[in-house]
Design a binder for this molecule. Structure first.
Ligand SMILES: [Zn+2]
Ligand SMILES: [Zn+2]
Length: 123
């Protein structure tokens, strides 16, 4: 069986020859990028100085752990409905919940999983 001939990267102007259409530099990353797009919002003073500390004062313990009867100090303010860059959802205190890092990481992982499945279906 003959190997497919290499073809140039699909990125406009990129001369690198590839086997699957993308060079290492231009291969699209489906799992990353989306959450980075609004990461800057978390460095705004309205978040770091007001909304985040306000939520952690209001609810100092992890909400997920509390459901399981554990008292774990929360370190992360999470958005119940993922805001995806939506300002109203981002700043709405009713959409904030306190989580410990472990619960937050688990939730993020679950969301990314669902996101990826949605993306596949769209193909
Ligand atoms: Zn390329
Ligand atoms: Zn927790």
């Amino acid at each position: 069986m003959a190997m497919k001939p290499p073809r140039p990267c699909r990125h406009p102007g990129c001369p690198v020859l590839t086997r699957d259409g993308w060079c290492e530099k231009h291969r699209p990353r489906y799992t990353r990028g989306a959450s980075d797009a609004w990461h800057w919002m978390y460095s705004l003073p309205v978040w770091t100085e007001r909304l985040r500390p306000a939520q952690l004062t209001r609810e100092p313990f992890c909400r997920e752990c509390a459901k399981a009867g554990r008292r774990v100090r929360a370190t992360v303010v999470d958005h119940i409905v993922p805001h995806r860059g939506n300002w109203a959802l981002f700043v709405d205190p009713a959409n904030h919940q306190s989580l410990c890092k472990q619960c937050h990481d688990r939730k993020t992982m679950r969301e990314q999983c669902e996101e990826r499945q949605k993306g596949r279906r769209g193909y």
